[in-house]
Design a protein around this ligand. Structure first.
Ligand code: URA
Length: 280
């Protein structure tokens, strides 16, 4: 008997079927600032009402462009590890501030309040938060925090729903790398600062979430430990996706001699550990 595989059923039921049918394109997302050519990437996790935690990320990167679900690469595995500490293994849903990958960080800040982007994002947040079992929102980074605040402040109904939620605005999962590059600080220092921030948020977050399995909200160390990253569950990705798409190895990188080639090219490589074929 072949083991049964699980997969993400996609956008079958309303309001998600209409949401994916009506996604905005370059009229809302300027081509100079977003990699619209790689298509919109909508979410990851449960859309069946069973989610208890909403995670808001920023924008999709290379692994997400290929797998067609958000927060799948290293950032996603760090988030999956954070959820595991809360005892959450499947009852979550994740959205990004942007449907398309941002081309240059400054563009991310420029467009967070754009009407066409905001209106569509609010429809998604409504769909996963209003009348749901979600008790906590984890906003990853400044833009996610701002996006959630815009939603909360946009109507009395939304403000009232937000008032019932625990909001954990944590540093973005790749804050350490970005901050080290921008500031010249050692990566070890920015990593320690990021992990201290996540550790500080854990007790209140854990208290606000009903776990599925025994939680383990112990603080992080000063560096990422192997068990801090958790593989993406099979049920989060579309049917038939290879197992190595969910693993910790980086398997998709932008490549090119200049910015144009790099924008146009994602190189996908089967990691060494997943090469099960016989060699002659
Ligand atoms: N990938 C995503 O989908 N979102 C992020 O915020 C980071 C990586």
């Amino acid at each position: 008997m072949v083991a049964a595989h699980r997969s993400c059923p996609g956008y079958v039921d309303e309001p998600f079927a209409s949401l994916v049918a009506q996604y905005p394109g370059p009229e809302a997302y300027p081509l100079a600032d977003f990699r619209v050519e790689w298509g919109p990437i909508f979410h990851r996790g449960r859309l069946d009402g069973s989610a208890r935690v909403l995670v808001i990320g920023q924008d999709p990167a290379t692994h997400e462009a290929i797998s067609r679900r958000i927060l799948v690469g290293e950032a996603g595995q760090r988030v999956q590890g954070l959820l595991a500490r809360l005892g959450i293994t499947s009852s979550y849903v994740m959205l990004n501030v942007y449907l398309y990958s941002v081309f240059g960080q400054a563009a991310g800040y420029r467009h967070v309040k754009d009407e066409g982007i905001v209106d569509y994002r609010h429809r998604w947040i409504d769909a996963v938060l209003l009348e749901s079992e979600v008790t906590a929102v984890i906003a990853l980074g400044t833009l996610a925090k701002r996006a959630f605040a815009l939603w909360e402040d946009s109507s009395p109904e939304r403000a009232s729903r937000a008032a019932d939620l625990h909001i954990a605005a944590v540093r973005h999962p790749t804050y350490a790398e970005g901050s080290a590059m921008a500031s010249g600080q050692p990566l070890e220092d920015t990593t320690a600062a990021q992990l201290a921030d996540w550790s500080a948020q854990l007790p209140a977050l854990s208290a606000a979430v009903t776990p599925e399995v025994t939680p383990n909200p112990k603080p992080y160390g000063d560096t990422w430990a192997e068990q801090d990253l958790v593989a993406i569950p099979e049920q989060d990705l579309p049917p038939g996706t290879p197992e190595w798409w969910r693993a910790v190895d980086a398997w998709a990188v932008r490549q090119g001699a200049d910015a144009q080639e790099k924008r146009a090219t994602i190189k996908v490589t089967v990691p060494k550990g997943a090469r099960a074929w016989p060699t002659l």
